[in-house]
Design a protein around this ligand. Structure first.
Ligand code: ZN
Length: 112
């Protein structure tokens, strides 16, 4: 840790106090005798969603990015059984052709 007064790196920690949320270190500069303290705050590491795991409450219409509704999904699967191509369906709903395939093959919107 650099000294606040003289910028020297010649400092020592004289005392360390741990608490539940942070760690305080009392330091002293060996060059100018300036005392100062540092506080380290514990920050919980946020892990992203598990790969391959189910995402809670982000499926289907609960997902903020969802373009389709559950009724759309039922309609899309119906259109597919009536022989429409994935591309034709994708144009109707303004979605990607691959996404139509995933809907029809129940890789997404599995709960509908
Ligand atoms: Zn100093």
């Amino acid at each position: 840790m650099k000294c606040l007064k003289c910028d020297s790196k010649n400092t020592r920690v004289t005392c360390t106090v741990h608490s539940e949320t942070n760690t305080k270190r009392y330091c002293r500069c060996l060059d100018c005798n300036q005392k100062f303290q540092t506080i380290e705050r514990y920050v919980k590491y946020h892990r992203g969603p598990k790969r391959g795991g189910k995402l809670p409450d982000t499926q289907g219409v609960k997902n903020a990015n969802a373009v389709l509704t559950e009724q759309n999904i039922l309609d899309i699967r119906k259109l597919k059984t009536e022989g429409k191509s994935n591309f034709a369906i994708s144009v109707i709903y303004g979605i990607n052709r691959g996404h139509v395939s995933r809907i029809v093959n129940r890789k997404v919107w599995t709960h509908v």
